[in-house]
Design a protein around this ligand. Structure first.
Ligand SMILES: [Zn+2]
Length: 137
């Protein structure tokens, strides 16, 4: 069961990207210099947290105890430009589609908060409320 303090901490988090002051390039993950112009004049910019599944794969073998199979790893295209690798959760793997609108959510995994994505429209993912591991009832 998730504690109220964890829920509040997750809600307070938001997705950020690095933005280059020299050329304006927005990128993820953060690095010491801009990958486009090599400037080190970088800042953080808050993103909307919205995205679209650009492509994905379904893992059917468990590699880590925090990621029970099956689970979906996706390349998520953010409307601000960057793309990021993340998980699609609260949706059976067979319901995930390229082009699906998703929204970021932060989940506690040990000491870290991981950005994962959930379908933006529950209609796109009818089993959202009861099944997040893809098993059929
Ligand atoms: Zn730059």
């Amino acid at each position: 069961m998730r504690r109220a303090s964890d829920i509040a901490a997750a809600a307070a988090r938001h997705l950020e990207a690095a933005q280059c002051h020299a050329c304006g390039h927005l990128f993820l993950p953060f690095g010491p210099v801009c990958p486009r112009c090599w400037s080190d004049r970088l800042d953080k910019r808050a993103l909307t947290g919205l995205g679209e599944v650009a492509t994905f794969t379904v893992y059917r073998q468990q590699y880590h105890p925090d990621f029970p199979a099956p689970y979906v790893i996706a390349l998520v295209a953010l409307p601000e430009g960057p793309r990021m690798i993340s998980s699609i959760v609260d949706c059976p793997p067979e319901a995930v589609r390229i082009g699906m609108a998703v929204r970021v959510r932060f989940e506690a995994r040990g000491e870290r908060w991981l950005p994962v994505f959930v379908p933006e429209a529950t209609a796109a993912c009818p089993a959202t409320a009861t099944d997040n591991r893809g098993s059929k009832q």
